[in-house]
Design a protein around this ligand. Structure first.
Ligand code: HEC
Ligand code: HEC
Length: 281
């Protein structure tokens, strides 16, 4: 910990590390639904944390409040846009998502279990991969760009109907080897600063890095509306930014590396409530 603090200070020239506890608050969505934002650590991280904590607790009062009310949450505009797309027929088959899946609310419970092993395809699939598979093979429509606007909006819609449900990513059976790849990446030191995800989000969460309050780097809130770039951001987009901040070459959204990392990071938050679209700085 001492050595690490030094690394961070040297690495990120202007870094000042001061401890600030996550804010003690309860997320009640629209005055109705209480969301689990801190809970007993799941199996994957039981040896490093007592408790897993959503990034929501590391944000300021205004940002937290914005997320608690759908009228104030800027991410909900994109959910509405996706709702229109959900109901619009596209592609050579002439079907909409709704034609096969019913109302978007019927998809409640899907987000919490992704990424998930797909037996037929013999691969771990993210939600984005599954959506593109439906577009290509079921609708005869063009795939969406992995982190493009249409895709991210649709993942926001699918997250929104699962809000409050506990993340429950399976890490055993055929998903295990992908999960292990993700774990390895999480502990790999990247870039000129030689920092791993764990150096920041495991060893230093609760500390201030520049003006930012470091969280555990959970992904239960994705996609995230960021006040900084005023748009929805995918988990892979965030991974990319974090790797780039270590001055390393980064992986692309949708790459096998980030798919494995998503499975692993997702499992570190098993038990936290789905929050997407959440609001962060
Ligand atoms: C022609 C019918 C059809 C259309 C249209 C369709 N899907 Fe699907 N979708 C399916 C079937 C069948 C499955 C399950 C098969 C599988 O697991 O591969 C599925 C599975 C899914 C799943 C995974 C569900 C789970 O429980 O794991 C998601 C998410 C999904 N579709 C999203 C969409 C979206 C978004 C659209 C519109 C862009 C869409 N689908 C359009 C037939 C369709
Ligand atoms: C140099 C420190 C540093 C490293 C290394 C780093 N991050 Fe981050 N990360 C941050 C900061 C700062 C933020 C913004 C504040 C926060 O939410 O923690 C952030 C935010 C995040 C978030 C958003 C959390 C939320 O609730 O919105 C995720 C997810 C994340 N990081 C994952 C990762 C992963 C995965 C890696 C490794 C590939 C990684 N980070 C490496 C500093 C780092």
């Amino acid at each position: 910990m001492k050595r690490l603090t030094a690394t961070l200070t040297i690495g990120l020239v202007a870094a000042t590390l001061a401890t600030a506890d996550p804010v003690d608050d309860t997320l009640v969505l629209n005055g109705e639904t209480e969301i689990v934002t801190r809970t007993e650590a799941p199996e994957a991280v039981a040896d490093v944390f007592d408790e897993v904590i959503s990034g929501w607790h590391f944000r300021g009062d205004e940002t937290r409040e914005m997320q608690a009310d759908d009228f104030d949450n800027p991410g909900m505009i994109f959910v509405e846009q996706a709702e229109d797309v959900w109901n619009t027929a596209e592609g050579s088959v002439g079907k909409s998502c709704a034609d096969c899946h019913g109302a978007s609310e019927e998809m409640a419970g899907v987000r919490p279990v992704y990424p998930k092993w797909n037996e037929e395809a013999g691969e771990v699939r993210t939600l984005e991969m599954q959506i593109n598979d439906c577009r290509e093979t079921r609708m005869g429509a063009e795939k969406w760009k992995y982190s493009g606007g249409d895709m991210i909006n649709m993942t926001a819609l699918l997250a929104s109907v699962s809000r409050g449900m506990p993340v429950n990513v399976a890490i055993d059976g055929p998903a295990q080897s992908t999960w292990e790849q993700g774990e390895e990446l999480y502990y790999t030191r990247f870039g000129q600063f030689e920092l791993s995800c764990a150096n920041c989000h495991e060893d230093n969460n609760g500390n201030m890095i520049r003006a930012d309050h470091l969280s555990q780097g959970q992904i239960n809130g994705f996609p995230v509306y960021r006040l900084k770039n005023t748009k929805l951001n995918s988990a892979h987009g965030r991974f990319k930014g974090c790797v780039r901040d270590t001055r390393a070459e980064t992986f692309a959204p949708g790459s096998p590396e980030f798919i494995a990392l998503e499975l692993y990071v997702g499992s570190r938050g098993n038990g936290l409530g789905v929050e997407g679209p959440s609001v962060r700085n």
